[in-house]
Design a protein around this ligand. Structure first.
Ligand SMILES: N[C@@H]1[C@@H](O)[C@H](O)[C@@H](COP(=O)(O)O)O[C@@H]1O
Length: 239
């Protein structure tokens, strides 16, 4: 696992963008994309760049369940606003949060992932060590699934909603096994709220109680974090 410590999220987002650029120069065709505040600087760098994504495929990690894609809090809306409106891809896939038949939607999404192997997966991390919406306790061999969000995730994500009662309690989410199949993974974390999650990811035992800890087993992971997020790391991991 490679660790890059940056001054702030702007520098971190720029580094992540450079890794995307390198991967595309080396033939990457499919990007796995994430939402949340963490990748915003990276999306900004992508939008400001001269890179053309119109021959690329993107596959998003997750979507709230029961939310309309036109709802400003949906991950569909987020991706349109922060990336796809300015930089369209050939195909962009996000789980359908309004799917009536959840099993069918899960199968559809697993097929999309199987047909478009992810060359580079972008990840954020939750304060409890979740990746995408794979909460603590999710089996490492999981594929796409419907998730019951934990109290702590609902609370943490309520900052994007008018109040906590509006946060959906469920989501459709790419599984940990699919994330681990990506050729390369870039995980970003900024701010002191992520200190414990980053320490557990980098140093901790590999356990389903910390979903991100499985990344220690992946052959090509880069963790980009700012000084605040890396503050609790044993200095030996910072060299
Ligand atoms: N499903 C998303 C994750 O993909 C994201 O990594 C996490 C952290 O969000 P933020 O980047 O806003 O801290 O929030 C949500 O739970």
């Amino acid at each position: 696992m490679k660790l890059i410590i940056t001054k702030d999220s702007i520098e971190g987002g720029t580094k992540a963008f450079e890794l995307i650029k390198d991967a595309m120069a080396n033939g990457a065709k499919t990007l796995g994309l994430a939402t949340g505040s963490t990748p915003l600087a990276m999306y900004d760098a992508m939008c400001k760049s001269s890179l053309d994504f119109s021959e690329m495929i993107s596959i998003n990690l997750d979507e709230y369940y029961g939310i309309d894609p036109t709802n400003a809090q949906s991950y569909h809306y987020f991706m349109q606003k922060h990336l796809f409106d300015k930089k369209p891809f050939k195909h962009s896939y996000v789980p359908n949060g309004l799917a009536k038949d959840i099993d069918q939607e899960v199968d559809r999404y697993n097929q999309i992932i199987a047909q478009n192997p992810i060359d580079l997966q972008i990840l954020g991390i939750g304060q409890n060590g979740h990746i995408a919406f794979n909460e603590p306790g999710t089996p490492f061999n999981s594929l796409t699934h419907k998730v019951d969000l934990t109290e702590s995730t609902i609370k943490a994500n309520s900052r994007f909603f008018k109040d906590e009662s509006e946060v959906p309690h469920q989501a459709i989410c790419m599984g940990i096994k699919s994330i681990m199949h990506s050729k390369k993974i870039v995980l970003m974390a900024f701010g002191k709220e992520k200190q414990d999650a980053i320490k557990a990811l980098v140093e901790g035992p590999i356990t389903e109680q910390v979903p991100a800890s499985i990344l220690q087993d992946h052959p090509d992971v880069t963790v980009i974090c700012d000084e605040a997020a890396s503050a609790k790391l044993d200095p030996k991991f910072k060299n």
